[in-house]
Design a protein around this ligand. Sequence first.
Ligand code: FUL
Length: 587
Amino acid sequence: MITMAAAVMSMMACSNVPPPEPYGAIPSPAQVAWQKMETNMFIHFGPNTFTGSEWGSGKEDVEVFAPTDLDCRQWVRTARAAGMKGVIITAKHHDGFCLWPNPMSSHTVARSTWMDGKGDILRDLSEACREYGLKFGVYISPWDRNDPTYGTDGYNEVFRKTLDSALGEYGEVFEQWFDGACGEGPNGKVQAYDWDLYHRTVHRHQPDAIIFSDVGPGCRWIGNERGIAGETCWSTLDTAGFEAGRSPHRDILNTGNAGGQAWVPGEADVSIRPGWFWRESENSKVKTLSQLLEIYYGSVGRNSLLLLNVPPDTRGRIHETDSLRLMEFRSALDKIFAVDLSDGAAAEASQTRGGSGKYSPANMLDDDYDSYWAADDGITASSLTFTLDGPKTFNRILLQEYIPLGQRISRFSVDVLADGRWTKAAEGTTVGYKRILLTDTVTATAVRINIEESFACPVLNGFGLFMDNMMAADGNEDGRISRRCTLMPAGRPHVLDLGQIRTVNGFFYEPGNNGQGGSIICYDLETSTDGKTWTTILKDRMFDNIVNNPVLQEVRFSSPSEARYLRLTPTRTELPDTYSIARFGAL
Ligand code: FUL
Protein backbone atom coordinates (compact mmCIF):
# COMPACT_ATOMS: atom_id res chain seq x y z
CA MET A 1 0.00 0.00 0.00
CA ILE A 2 2.71 2.42 1.07
CA THR A 3 4.69 1.70 -2.09
CA MET A 4 1.58 2.36 -4.22
CA ALA A 5 0.95 5.67 -2.46
CA ALA A 6 4.56 6.70 -2.93
CA ALA A 7 4.37 5.80 -6.60
CA VAL A 8 1.17 7.79 -7.07
CA MET A 9 2.67 10.75 -5.24
CA SER A 10 5.82 10.66 -7.29
CA MET A 11 3.77 10.48 -10.51
CA MET A 12 1.78 13.48 -9.34
CA ALA A 13 4.98 15.32 -8.60
CA CYS A 14 6.20 14.52 -12.08
CA SER A 15 3.10 15.66 -13.84
CA ASN A 16 3.19 18.83 -11.81
CA VAL A 17 6.58 19.84 -13.11
CA PRO A 18 5.80 23.12 -14.86
CA PRO A 19 6.83 23.51 -18.51
CA PRO A 20 9.71 25.84 -19.34
CA GLU A 21 8.84 29.50 -19.61
CA PRO A 22 8.92 30.76 -23.20
CA TYR A 23 12.26 32.33 -24.07
CA GLY A 24 12.46 35.72 -25.83
CA ALA A 25 10.27 36.49 -28.83
CA ILE A 26 7.86 33.68 -29.61
CA PRO A 27 5.63 32.89 -32.61
CA SER A 28 1.92 33.59 -32.67
CA PRO A 29 -0.26 30.48 -33.15
CA ALA A 30 -0.74 31.62 -36.77
CA GLN A 31 3.05 31.73 -37.25
CA VAL A 32 3.41 28.21 -35.83
CA ALA A 33 0.68 26.95 -38.19
CA TRP A 34 2.41 28.76 -41.07
CA GLN A 35 5.80 27.22 -40.26
CA LYS A 36 4.28 23.75 -40.32
CA MET A 37 3.27 24.28 -43.96
CA GLU A 38 6.96 23.92 -44.89
CA THR A 39 6.58 24.16 -48.70
CA ASN A 40 4.31 26.45 -50.71
CA MET A 41 4.01 27.31 -54.37
CA PHE A 42 4.66 30.79 -55.70
CA ILE A 43 2.91 31.65 -58.95
CA HIS A 44 4.24 34.48 -61.11
CA PHE A 45 1.74 35.18 -63.85
CA GLY A 46 0.78 38.35 -65.69
CA PRO A 47 1.71 40.43 -68.76
CA ASN A 48 5.38 39.45 -68.33
CA THR A 49 4.39 35.84 -69.11
CA PHE A 50 3.50 37.05 -72.58
CA THR A 51 6.19 39.68 -73.16
CA GLY A 52 9.19 37.83 -71.72
CA SER A 53 10.05 40.68 -69.32
CA GLU A 54 11.00 40.24 -65.69
CA TRP A 55 9.78 43.69 -64.74
CA GLY A 56 7.02 45.05 -66.99
CA SER A 57 7.01 48.77 -67.67
CA GLY A 58 3.33 49.27 -66.84
CA LYS A 59 2.78 50.56 -70.36
CA GLU A 60 1.88 47.16 -71.80
CA ASP A 61 -1.39 46.96 -73.65
CA VAL A 62 -3.92 45.05 -71.51
CA GLU A 63 -4.55 42.86 -74.56
CA VAL A 64 -1.09 41.36 -74.07
CA PHE A 65 -2.54 39.30 -71.24
CA ALA A 66 -4.31 36.54 -73.15
CA PRO A 67 -3.98 33.03 -71.71
CA THR A 68 -5.34 30.57 -74.25
CA ASP A 69 -6.31 27.71 -71.93
CA LEU A 70 -6.23 28.98 -68.35
CA ASP A 71 -6.74 26.34 -65.66
CA CYS A 72 -6.15 27.42 -62.06
CA ARG A 73 -7.34 24.01 -60.89
CA GLN A 74 -4.40 22.45 -62.73
CA TRP A 75 -2.02 24.74 -60.80
CA VAL A 76 -3.50 23.75 -57.48
CA ARG A 77 -3.65 20.05 -58.33
CA THR A 78 0.02 20.22 -59.27
CA ALA A 79 0.89 22.03 -56.05
CA ARG A 80 -1.04 19.51 -54.01
CA ALA A 81 0.56 16.54 -55.77
CA ALA A 82 3.92 18.16 -55.02
CA GLY A 83 3.03 18.15 -51.32
CA MET A 84 2.66 21.90 -51.04
CA LYS A 85 0.22 23.33 -48.57
CA GLY A 86 -0.53 26.71 -50.09
CA VAL A 87 -0.14 28.90 -53.16
CA ILE A 88 0.70 32.59 -53.48
CA ILE A 89 -0.21 34.40 -56.71
CA THR A 90 1.23 37.65 -58.09
CA ALA A 91 -2.12 39.43 -58.07
CA LYS A 92 -0.32 42.65 -59.08
CA HIS A 93 3.36 42.77 -60.05
CA HIS A 94 5.41 45.94 -60.55
CA ASP A 95 3.72 46.63 -63.91
CA GLY A 96 0.51 47.32 -61.98
CA PHE A 97 -1.62 44.90 -64.01
CA CYS A 98 -4.27 43.36 -61.74
CA LEU A 99 -5.30 39.74 -62.23
CA TRP A 100 -8.64 40.61 -60.69
CA PRO A 101 -11.11 43.39 -61.53
CA ASN A 102 -9.64 45.91 -59.11
CA PRO A 103 -11.97 48.94 -59.19
CA MET A 104 -9.01 51.18 -58.26
CA SER A 105 -7.16 50.49 -61.49
CA SER A 106 -7.74 50.80 -65.20
CA HIS A 107 -4.98 48.26 -65.86
CA THR A 108 -6.76 45.00 -65.07
CA VAL A 109 -8.29 41.85 -66.51
CA ALA A 110 -11.63 43.69 -66.60
CA ARG A 111 -10.26 46.05 -69.24
CA SER A 112 -9.06 43.33 -71.59
CA THR A 113 -11.02 41.33 -74.10
CA TRP A 114 -9.74 38.12 -72.48
CA MET A 115 -12.92 36.35 -71.34
CA ASP A 116 -14.83 39.47 -72.42
CA GLY A 117 -13.43 41.29 -69.43
CA LYS A 118 -15.10 38.81 -67.05
CA GLY A 119 -11.96 36.94 -66.09
CA ASP A 120 -10.87 36.93 -62.44
CA ILE A 121 -7.87 34.86 -61.49
CA LEU A 122 -8.17 35.54 -57.75
CA ARG A 123 -11.69 34.14 -57.89
CA ASP A 124 -10.71 31.06 -59.89
CA LEU A 125 -7.60 30.34 -57.87
CA SER A 126 -9.17 30.86 -54.44
CA GLU A 127 -12.02 28.53 -55.44
CA ALA A 128 -9.55 25.92 -56.69
CA CYS A 129 -7.63 26.19 -53.40
CA ARG A 130 -10.81 25.57 -51.40
CA GLU A 131 -11.68 22.64 -53.64
CA TYR A 132 -8.31 20.95 -53.13
CA GLY A 133 -7.72 21.96 -49.51
CA LEU A 134 -4.76 24.30 -50.06
CA LYS A 135 -4.32 27.71 -48.55
CA PHE A 136 -4.56 30.79 -50.72
CA GLY A 137 -2.16 33.74 -50.55
CA VAL A 138 -1.55 36.90 -52.54
CA TYR A 139 1.48 38.86 -53.65
CA ILE A 140 0.69 42.51 -54.27
CA SER A 141 3.50 44.80 -55.28
CA PRO A 142 3.30 48.24 -53.71
CA TRP A 143 5.64 49.46 -56.45
CA ASP A 144 3.36 50.28 -59.37
CA ARG A 145 4.72 51.43 -62.72
CA ASN A 146 1.26 52.07 -64.10
CA ASP A 147 -0.80 53.89 -61.48
CA PRO A 148 -0.80 57.63 -62.26
CA THR A 149 -0.92 58.53 -58.56
CA TYR A 150 2.18 56.50 -57.71
CA GLY A 151 4.77 58.75 -56.07
CA THR A 152 2.13 61.03 -54.52
CA ASP A 153 0.32 60.90 -51.16
CA GLY A 154 -2.82 59.88 -52.99
CA TYR A 155 -1.31 56.52 -53.90
CA ASN A 156 -1.35 55.21 -50.33
CA GLU A 157 -5.12 55.48 -50.36
CA VAL A 158 -5.33 53.86 -53.80
CA PHE A 159 -3.18 51.03 -52.52
CA ARG A 160 -5.28 50.65 -49.37
CA LYS A 161 -8.39 50.26 -51.49
CA THR A 162 -6.54 47.84 -53.74
CA LEU A 163 -5.84 45.74 -50.65
CA ASP A 164 -9.50 46.02 -49.61
CA SER A 165 -10.55 44.65 -52.93
CA ALA A 166 -7.99 41.83 -53.14
CA LEU A 167 -8.28 40.71 -49.52
CA GLY A 168 -11.93 41.25 -48.82
CA GLU A 169 -13.60 39.27 -51.59
CA TYR A 170 -11.97 35.89 -51.93
CA GLY A 171 -12.20 34.14 -48.57
CA GLU A 172 -9.30 33.33 -46.31
CA VAL A 173 -5.83 34.56 -47.23
CA PHE A 174 -3.03 32.87 -45.30
CA GLU A 175 -0.18 35.11 -46.46
CA GLN A 176 0.11 38.61 -47.84
CA TRP A 177 3.36 39.06 -49.74
CA PHE A 178 4.72 42.59 -49.91
CA ASP A 179 7.56 42.95 -52.35
CA GLY A 180 10.30 45.25 -51.14
CA ALA A 181 11.30 46.34 -54.67
CA CYS A 182 10.57 50.03 -54.90
CA GLY A 183 11.35 52.09 -57.96
CA GLU A 184 10.00 55.05 -59.78
CA GLY A 185 6.42 55.38 -60.88
CA PRO A 186 5.18 56.85 -64.17
CA ASN A 187 5.89 60.38 -62.91
CA GLY A 188 9.51 59.51 -62.09
CA LYS A 189 8.86 59.63 -58.33
CA VAL A 190 9.48 57.01 -55.68
CA GLN A 191 6.62 56.38 -53.27
CA ALA A 192 6.80 56.91 -49.50
CA TYR A 193 4.84 53.84 -48.41
CA ASP A 194 2.46 53.97 -45.47
CA TRP A 195 3.28 50.53 -44.11
CA ASP A 196 1.20 50.96 -40.95
CA LEU A 197 -1.86 51.63 -43.06
CA TYR A 198 -1.15 48.64 -45.31
CA HIS A 199 -0.61 46.28 -42.39
CA ARG A 200 -3.75 47.44 -40.61
CA THR A 201 -5.72 46.96 -43.80
CA VAL A 202 -4.43 43.41 -44.28
CA HIS A 203 -5.27 42.44 -40.72
CA ARG A 204 -8.68 44.07 -40.83
CA HIS A 205 -9.67 41.68 -43.61
CA GLN A 206 -7.45 38.77 -42.66
CA PRO A 207 -6.60 38.81 -38.95
CA ASP A 208 -4.47 35.66 -39.16
CA ALA A 209 -2.64 36.43 -42.40
CA ILE A 210 1.12 36.26 -42.20
CA ILE A 211 2.54 39.44 -43.69
CA PHE A 212 5.73 38.86 -45.65
CA SER A 213 8.22 41.64 -46.36
CA ASP A 214 11.97 42.11 -46.04
CA VAL A 215 11.39 42.54 -42.32
CA GLY A 216 7.99 40.98 -41.66
CA PRO A 217 6.07 41.45 -39.41
CA GLY A 218 4.80 37.92 -40.13
CA CYS A 219 7.83 36.45 -41.91
CA ARG A 220 10.92 37.82 -43.58
CA TRP A 221 12.76 37.56 -46.86
CA ILE A 222 15.74 35.25 -46.58
CA GLY A 223 18.04 37.78 -48.28
CA ASN A 224 18.48 36.06 -51.65
CA GLU A 225 16.34 34.61 -54.42
CA ARG A 226 18.21 31.30 -54.44
CA GLY A 227 16.02 29.72 -51.77
CA ILE A 228 18.92 29.23 -49.36
CA ALA A 229 18.75 30.25 -45.71
CA GLY A 230 21.82 30.81 -43.57
CA GLU A 231 23.38 27.79 -41.91
CA THR A 232 22.72 29.82 -38.83
CA CYS A 233 19.09 30.81 -39.07
CA TRP A 234 17.27 32.52 -36.25
CA SER A 235 13.55 33.14 -36.50
CA THR A 236 14.14 36.24 -34.44
CA LEU A 237 15.06 39.60 -35.93
CA ASP A 238 15.86 43.08 -34.65
CA THR A 239 13.37 45.13 -36.61
CA ALA A 240 13.49 48.51 -34.85
CA GLY A 241 14.22 51.31 -37.31
CA PHE A 242 13.69 49.08 -40.35
CA GLU A 243 10.83 48.57 -42.79
CA ALA A 244 10.24 46.85 -46.10
CA GLY A 245 12.59 48.36 -48.65
CA ARG A 246 14.77 49.73 -45.81
CA SER A 247 15.88 46.51 -44.26
CA PRO A 248 18.93 45.16 -42.48
CA HIS A 249 21.73 43.90 -44.73
CA ARG A 250 20.78 40.81 -46.69
CA ASP A 251 23.33 38.75 -44.71
CA ILE A 252 21.37 39.58 -41.55
CA LEU A 253 18.10 38.62 -43.24
CA ASN A 254 19.77 35.35 -44.16
CA THR A 255 20.70 34.47 -40.57
CA GLY A 256 18.31 36.52 -38.43
CA ASN A 257 19.51 37.92 -35.11
CA ALA A 258 20.31 35.73 -32.13
CA GLY A 259 17.88 36.79 -29.41
CA GLY A 260 16.28 39.33 -31.81
CA GLN A 261 13.37 41.35 -30.50
CA ALA A 262 10.63 40.05 -32.85
CA TRP A 263 9.63 36.63 -34.16
CA VAL A 264 10.02 37.04 -37.92
CA PRO A 265 10.90 33.63 -39.37
CA GLY A 266 12.61 33.24 -42.73
CA GLU A 267 10.87 32.45 -45.99
CA ALA A 268 13.13 31.32 -48.81
CA ASP A 269 11.75 32.20 -52.25
CA VAL A 270 13.22 30.82 -55.43
CA SER A 271 12.02 30.06 -58.93
CA ILE A 272 12.09 26.59 -60.46
CA ARG A 273 13.36 28.41 -63.57
CA PRO A 274 16.06 31.07 -63.90
CA GLY A 275 13.43 33.85 -64.16
CA TRP A 276 10.30 34.46 -62.12
CA PHE A 277 7.99 34.45 -65.15
CA TRP A 278 7.55 31.70 -67.72
CA ARG A 279 9.56 31.93 -70.90
CA GLU A 280 9.74 29.44 -73.72
CA SER A 281 13.54 29.74 -73.80
CA GLU A 282 13.75 28.53 -70.21
CA ASN A 283 11.83 25.30 -70.73
CA SER A 284 15.20 23.57 -70.90
CA LYS A 285 16.48 25.33 -67.79
CA VAL A 286 14.08 24.01 -65.17
CA LYS A 287 16.05 23.18 -62.03
CA THR A 288 17.26 19.62 -61.69
CA LEU A 289 16.16 17.25 -58.96
CA SER A 290 19.51 17.69 -57.20
CA GLN A 291 19.15 21.45 -57.27
CA LEU A 292 15.64 21.22 -55.83
CA LEU A 293 16.82 18.90 -53.07
CA GLU A 294 19.68 21.23 -52.29
CA ILE A 295 17.16 24.07 -52.05
CA TYR A 296 14.91 21.98 -49.79
CA TYR A 297 17.76 21.23 -47.40
CA GLY A 298 18.87 24.86 -47.58
CA SER A 299 15.42 26.18 -46.69
CA VAL A 300 13.12 23.76 -44.87
CA GLY A 301 16.24 22.04 -43.53
CA ARG A 302 17.45 25.36 -42.11
CA ASN A 303 14.46 26.57 -40.21
CA SER A 304 12.77 28.36 -43.11
CA LEU A 305 9.73 27.97 -45.27
CA LEU A 306 10.29 27.18 -48.95
CA LEU A 307 8.27 29.23 -51.42
CA LEU A 308 8.98 27.63 -54.78
CA ASN A 309 7.89 29.58 -57.84
CA VAL A 310 6.34 27.55 -60.66
CA PRO A 311 5.20 30.06 -63.29
CA PRO A 312 2.35 29.08 -65.62
CA ASP A 313 2.93 29.44 -69.37
CA THR A 314 1.05 31.46 -71.99
CA ARG A 315 -1.70 28.85 -72.05
CA GLY A 316 -2.23 29.55 -68.35
CA ARG A 317 -1.04 26.10 -67.35
CA ILE A 318 1.97 24.79 -65.52
CA HIS A 319 4.26 23.48 -68.22
CA GLU A 320 4.77 19.72 -68.29
CA THR A 321 8.54 20.02 -67.74
CA ASP A 322 7.97 21.84 -64.48
CA SER A 323 5.21 19.56 -63.25
CA LEU A 324 7.22 16.44 -64.06
CA ARG A 325 10.19 17.84 -62.16
CA LEU A 326 7.94 18.67 -59.22
CA MET A 327 6.66 15.11 -59.16
CA GLU A 328 10.22 13.80 -59.16
CA PHE A 329 11.00 16.18 -56.32
CA ARG A 330 7.99 15.00 -54.32
CA SER A 331 8.70 11.34 -54.83
CA ALA A 332 12.37 11.86 -53.89
CA LEU A 333 11.31 13.55 -50.63
CA ASP A 334 8.80 10.80 -49.95
CA LYS A 335 11.46 8.19 -50.55
CA ILE A 336 14.06 9.90 -48.37
CA PHE A 337 11.75 10.63 -45.49
CA ALA A 338 9.49 7.55 -45.66
CA VAL A 339 11.68 5.49 -43.34
CA ASP A 340 12.89 7.05 -40.14
CA LEU A 341 15.86 4.95 -39.10
CA SER A 342 15.51 6.15 -35.53
CA ASP A 343 12.27 4.16 -35.19
CA GLY A 344 12.61 1.74 -32.31
CA ALA A 345 15.53 3.65 -30.78
CA ALA A 346 15.92 4.05 -27.01
CA ALA A 347 16.38 7.66 -25.90
CA GLU A 348 18.35 8.80 -22.90
CA ALA A 349 19.15 12.34 -21.74
CA SER A 350 21.91 13.64 -19.50
CA GLN A 351 19.16 15.50 -17.65
CA THR A 352 15.39 15.63 -17.94
CA ARG A 353 13.22 18.38 -16.56
CA GLY A 354 12.18 17.58 -12.98
CA GLY A 355 13.00 13.92 -13.69
CA SER A 356 9.51 13.87 -15.17
CA GLY A 357 8.24 11.41 -17.78
CA LYS A 358 6.27 14.30 -19.22
CA TYR A 359 9.53 15.72 -20.64
CA SER A 360 11.15 12.42 -21.53
CA PRO A 361 13.57 12.33 -24.50
CA ALA A 362 11.32 9.58 -25.92
CA ASN A 363 8.95 12.45 -26.79
CA MET A 364 11.38 13.37 -29.55
CA LEU A 365 10.63 10.09 -31.28
CA ASP A 366 6.83 10.25 -31.36
CA ASP A 367 4.65 12.02 -33.91
CA ASP A 368 3.02 14.34 -31.40
CA TYR A 369 4.24 17.84 -32.24
CA ASP A 370 3.41 19.16 -28.78
CA SER A 371 5.28 16.57 -26.73
CA TYR A 372 8.91 17.42 -26.11
CA TRP A 373 12.01 16.79 -24.07
CA ALA A 374 13.19 19.66 -21.89
CA ALA A 375 15.96 20.17 -19.36
CA ASP A 376 15.72 21.94 -16.01
CA ASP A 377 15.81 25.72 -15.91
CA GLY A 378 19.38 26.93 -15.75
CA ILE A 379 20.69 23.95 -17.71
CA THR A 380 21.97 25.13 -21.05
CA ALA A 381 24.22 22.25 -22.07
CA SER A 382 23.02 18.65 -22.24
CA SER A 383 23.38 15.54 -24.26
CA LEU A 384 20.86 13.11 -25.67
CA THR A 385 21.77 9.61 -26.73
CA PHE A 386 19.66 7.57 -29.11
CA THR A 387 20.59 3.89 -29.13
CA LEU A 388 19.36 2.55 -32.43
CA ASP A 389 17.51 -0.64 -33.06
CA GLY A 390 20.62 -2.21 -34.65
CA PRO A 391 23.18 -0.70 -37.05
CA LYS A 392 21.59 1.87 -39.38
CA THR A 393 23.01 3.59 -42.45
CA PHE A 394 22.09 7.24 -42.89
CA ASN A 395 23.29 10.64 -44.06
CA ARG A 396 20.55 13.01 -42.86
CA ILE A 397 19.91 13.91 -39.23
CA LEU A 398 16.76 15.79 -38.31
CA LEU A 399 16.30 17.90 -35.19
CA GLN A 400 13.36 20.03 -34.13
CA GLU A 401 13.06 22.63 -31.41
CA TYR A 402 9.63 23.22 -29.95
CA ILE A 403 9.24 26.78 -31.25
CA PRO A 404 6.08 27.76 -29.33
CA LEU A 405 8.54 28.21 -26.45
CA GLY A 406 10.98 30.24 -28.57
CA GLN A 407 14.24 29.47 -30.30
CA ARG A 408 16.95 28.67 -27.79
CA ILE A 409 19.81 26.50 -29.03
CA SER A 410 22.84 28.36 -30.40
CA ARG A 411 25.48 25.62 -30.66
CA PHE A 412 25.40 21.86 -30.90
CA SER A 413 27.23 18.88 -32.32
CA VAL A 414 26.29 15.33 -33.24
CA ASP A 415 28.39 12.21 -32.63
CA VAL A 416 27.79 8.77 -34.04
CA LEU A 417 28.84 5.41 -32.63
CA ALA A 418 30.33 3.40 -35.47
CA ASP A 419 32.62 0.36 -35.08
CA GLY A 420 32.54 0.87 -31.32
CA ARG A 421 33.95 4.42 -31.55
CA TRP A 422 32.27 7.78 -31.15
CA THR A 423 33.11 10.26 -33.89
CA LYS A 424 31.75 13.69 -34.67
CA ALA A 425 29.35 13.63 -37.65
CA ALA A 426 28.07 17.20 -37.66
CA GLU A 427 28.04 20.46 -35.81
CA GLY A 428 25.88 23.51 -36.04
CA THR A 429 24.55 26.62 -34.41
CA THR A 430 20.78 26.98 -34.71
CA VAL A 431 18.07 24.32 -34.83
CA GLY A 432 14.68 26.06 -34.86
CA TYR A 433 11.47 24.54 -36.17
CA LYS A 434 13.39 22.04 -38.30
CA ARG A 435 17.06 21.41 -38.96
CA ILE A 436 18.25 18.74 -41.34
CA LEU A 437 21.97 18.05 -41.13
CA LEU A 438 23.73 16.64 -44.16
CA THR A 439 26.44 14.19 -43.16
CA ASP A 440 28.62 11.62 -44.88
CA THR A 441 26.89 8.29 -45.16
CA VAL A 442 27.60 6.42 -41.95
CA THR A 443 26.54 3.12 -40.41
CA ALA A 444 26.06 3.59 -36.68
CA THR A 445 24.41 1.97 -33.70
CA ALA A 446 23.89 5.14 -31.67
CA VAL A 447 23.69 8.91 -32.16
CA ARG A 448 24.48 11.51 -29.53
CA ILE A 449 23.27 15.12 -29.71
CA ASN A 450 25.41 17.48 -27.65
CA ILE A 451 23.72 20.75 -26.95
CA GLU A 452 26.63 23.01 -26.16
CA GLU A 453 24.99 26.42 -25.82
CA SER A 454 21.42 27.49 -25.39
CA PHE A 455 19.86 30.79 -24.32
CA ALA A 456 17.61 28.89 -21.90
CA CYS A 457 17.02 25.24 -21.09
CA PRO A 458 16.79 23.35 -24.40
CA VAL A 459 13.41 22.08 -25.58
CA LEU A 460 13.40 19.60 -28.48
CA ASN A 461 10.41 17.78 -29.94
CA GLY A 462 11.83 15.95 -32.94
CA PHE A 463 14.70 13.68 -33.94
CA GLY A 464 15.06 11.49 -37.02
CA LEU A 465 17.60 9.70 -39.20
CA PHE A 466 17.24 9.31 -42.94
CA MET A 467 19.10 8.07 -45.97
CA ASP A 468 19.24 10.19 -49.10
CA ASN A 469 20.35 8.31 -52.20
CA MET A 470 18.66 10.80 -54.48
CA MET A 471 20.53 14.07 -54.13
CA ALA A 472 23.07 13.69 -56.92
CA ALA A 473 21.10 10.98 -58.65
CA ASP A 474 20.45 13.05 -61.75
CA GLY A 475 24.18 13.59 -62.13
CA ASN A 476 23.61 17.25 -62.88
CA GLU A 477 25.04 19.61 -60.33
CA ASP A 478 25.11 22.56 -62.63
CA GLY A 479 23.85 24.95 -60.01
CA ARG A 480 26.85 24.32 -57.80
CA ILE A 481 29.58 24.62 -60.37
CA SER A 482 31.22 28.00 -60.09
CA ARG A 483 31.70 29.39 -63.52
CA ARG A 484 34.83 31.35 -64.25
CA CYS A 485 34.05 34.92 -63.63
CA THR A 486 35.80 38.06 -64.84
CA LEU A 487 36.00 41.00 -62.46
CA MET A 488 36.28 44.36 -64.17
CA PRO A 489 37.05 47.82 -62.77
CA ALA A 490 33.75 49.73 -62.64
CA GLY A 491 34.70 52.48 -65.13
CA ARG A 492 35.89 50.17 -67.88
CA PRO A 493 33.61 48.82 -70.65
CA HIS A 494 33.67 45.18 -71.64
CA VAL A 495 34.29 44.46 -75.32
CA LEU A 496 33.48 41.24 -77.12
CA ASP A 497 35.05 40.38 -80.48
CA LEU A 498 32.98 37.95 -82.54
CA GLY A 499 35.88 37.37 -84.93
CA GLN A 500 33.91 38.44 -87.98
CA ILE A 501 30.95 40.62 -88.86
CA ARG A 502 27.70 38.86 -87.98
CA THR A 503 24.01 39.65 -87.72
CA VAL A 504 23.38 40.25 -84.03
CA ASN A 505 19.82 40.14 -82.68
CA GLY A 506 20.64 40.84 -79.09
CA PHE A 507 22.98 39.79 -76.33
CA PHE A 508 23.09 37.92 -73.04
CA TYR A 509 24.79 38.73 -69.78
CA GLU A 510 25.23 36.81 -66.57
CA PRO A 511 26.94 38.31 -63.53
CA GLY A 512 29.41 36.65 -61.17
CA ASN A 513 29.38 33.07 -60.00
CA ASN A 514 26.50 31.78 -57.93
CA GLY A 515 25.05 35.09 -56.98
CA GLN A 516 28.08 36.37 -55.12
CA GLY A 517 27.35 39.95 -56.20
CA GLY A 518 28.95 42.42 -58.54
CA SER A 519 26.10 42.72 -61.03
CA ILE A 520 25.85 45.41 -63.68
CA ILE A 521 22.48 47.06 -63.00
CA CYS A 522 22.28 49.62 -65.85
CA TYR A 523 24.31 49.76 -69.03
CA ASP A 524 24.85 51.12 -72.52
CA LEU A 525 25.28 48.65 -75.35
CA GLU A 526 27.09 49.59 -78.55
CA THR A 527 28.11 47.65 -81.61
CA SER A 528 30.86 48.18 -84.15
CA THR A 529 32.12 46.55 -87.33
CA ASP A 530 35.73 47.76 -86.94
CA GLY A 531 36.22 48.39 -83.21
CA LYS A 532 36.64 52.13 -83.88
CA THR A 533 33.27 53.57 -84.81
CA TRP A 534 30.52 52.61 -82.39
CA THR A 535 26.73 52.71 -82.73
CA THR A 536 24.65 52.99 -79.60
CA ILE A 537 21.95 50.32 -79.66
CA LEU A 538 20.70 50.57 -76.07
CA LYS A 539 21.18 53.58 -73.79
CA ASP A 540 21.06 53.41 -69.99
CA ARG A 541 18.96 50.25 -69.93
CA MET A 542 18.37 48.17 -66.82
CA PHE A 543 18.83 44.47 -66.15
CA ASP A 544 15.59 43.95 -64.22
CA ASN A 545 15.87 42.39 -60.75
CA ILE A 546 19.47 41.36 -61.40
CA VAL A 547 20.77 42.12 -57.91
CA ASN A 548 18.27 39.85 -56.21
CA ASN A 549 18.28 37.22 -58.92
CA PRO A 550 21.66 37.31 -60.70
CA VAL A 551 20.89 34.85 -63.47
CA LEU A 552 21.54 35.03 -67.20
CA GLN A 553 19.49 37.74 -68.92
CA GLU A 554 18.80 37.88 -72.65
CA VAL A 555 18.14 41.23 -74.28
CA ARG A 556 16.75 41.47 -77.82
CA PHE A 557 17.48 44.46 -80.06
CA SER A 558 14.50 46.11 -81.73
CA SER A 559 16.17 45.36 -85.08
CA PRO A 560 19.21 43.24 -85.97
CA SER A 561 22.62 44.89 -86.09
CA GLU A 562 25.57 43.94 -88.31
CA ALA A 563 28.52 43.85 -85.93
CA ARG A 564 31.83 42.27 -85.14
CA TYR A 565 32.24 43.95 -81.72
CA LEU A 566 29.82 44.40 -78.81
CA ARG A 567 30.68 46.94 -76.11
CA LEU A 568 28.92 46.81 -72.76
CA THR A 569 29.46 49.89 -70.61
CA PRO A 570 28.04 49.74 -67.08
CA THR A 571 26.33 52.95 -66.01
CA ARG A 572 25.26 51.61 -62.59
CA THR A 573 26.81 48.71 -60.74
CA GLU A 574 25.97 46.81 -57.56
CA LEU A 575 29.46 47.33 -56.11
CA PRO A 576 31.18 50.71 -56.33
CA ASP A 577 34.54 49.66 -57.78
CA THR A 578 34.03 46.53 -59.75
CA TYR A 579 31.58 44.48 -61.76
CA SER A 580 31.50 40.83 -62.71
CA ILE A 581 30.91 38.98 -65.94
CA ALA A 582 30.44 35.23 -65.97
CA ARG A 583 28.90 35.16 -69.44
CA PHE A 584 28.46 37.79 -72.13
CA GLY A 585 27.66 36.95 -75.72
CA ALA A 586 25.75 37.78 -78.88
CA LEU A 587 22.37 36.36 -79.87
C1 FUL B 1 11.29 40.56 -56.35
C2 FUL B 1 10.63 41.08 -57.62
O1 FUL B 1 11.25 42.26 -58.06
C3 FUL B 1 10.73 39.97 -58.61
O2 FUL B 1 10.25 40.34 -59.86
C4 FUL B 1 9.97 38.76 -58.06
O3 FUL B 1 8.60 39.07 -57.99
C5 FUL B 1 10.50 38.39 -56.69
C6 FUL B 1 9.71 37.31 -56.01
O4 FUL B 1 10.52 39.50 -55.84
O5 FUL B 1 11.50 41.51 -55.41
